[in-house]
Design a protein around this ligand. Structure first.
Ligand SMILES: [Zn+2]
Ligand SMILES: [Zn+2]
Length: 229
């Protein structure tokens, strides 16, 4: 499938999953609720649709990059890890830049209108933010020359975890210490209330390194774990 279709489709499916599946109810979702549900506003729908348009355009350009159809598995794995870490640092740094006064006023404050985010808020942002988040895969693909499937997997991971971070349900509350290096829904939820904390997307590492991790994070996570275990 072309990236032109693939990127907006994955964004749409990830959002639909976290928006509609919890509506089926049951203890699983009820016990994992991080915050009360909100009704999505008209502006959220409009910004969401504009992000889908941006993703389509980025996909169109990405389709023009000549990538290998397949490659040796261990090479794919190595490139995936490299791009994952480079992208994660890129996201952390650009997100911090977006919180500087000028860029916050011009771009990022739209996304922060939603202090109590939901699945739809994930992509409710200024079109420029969509470009910043996704278009970087064009130079990354040109530089690392990963196979198409690697780019598809990484973009899917980014989009799915972006929605998970905003959906209002914590799916990783049970204690598996090895997974603590990755962010959770509670982690990004805190970013929407404590704006100067928790800038990361995949890994908690950069926020720990640059001391921007919210002091409430481990406390909240432990509270949630106790409730579930
Ligand atoms: Zn932010
Ligand atoms: Zn957010």
């Amino acid at each position: 499938m072309s990236f032109t279709l693939f990127i907006p489709l994955v964004a749409l499916l990830s959002t639909a999953f976290f928006r509609f599946v919890p509506m089926l109810g049951g203890d699983f979702w009820k016990n994992r609720k991080v915050q009360p549900s909100t009704n999505a506003s008209r502006s959220e729908y409009l910004y969401f649709l504009s992000s889908l348009a941006v993703f389509t355009m980025v996909g169109f350009v990405l389709d023009k990059v000549d990538l290998p159809a397949q490659e040796v598995f261990r090479i794919s794995l190595l490139k995936s890890l490299l791009i994952f870490v480079v992208y994660d640092l890129y996201f952390y740094l650009t997100h911090r830049l977006l919180h500087t006064p000028f860029l916050d006023r011009a771009i990022h404050r739209i996304h922060h209108r939603y202090e109590n985010p939901d699945a739809l808020s994930s992509f409710a942002f200024h079109p420029m933010e969509g470009v910043i988040q996704i278009a970087v895969f064009i130079p990354l693909a040109m530089l690392f020359q990963p196979s198409v499937i690697v780019v598809q997997l990484l973009i899917s991971l980014l989009l799915f975890l972006s929605v998970y971070g905003h959906c209002g349900y914590e799916l990783r509350a049970r204690k598996i210490p090895a997974l603590d290096i990755f962010t959770t829904s509670i982690f990004h939820n805190l970013h929407h209330t404590e704006r100067a904390k928790n800038f990361g997307i995949f890994l908690v590492f950069w926020d720990k390194l640059f001391r921007t991790i919210s002091p409430s994070y481990s406390q909240l996570r432990s509270k949630f774990r106790k409730k579930l275990n």
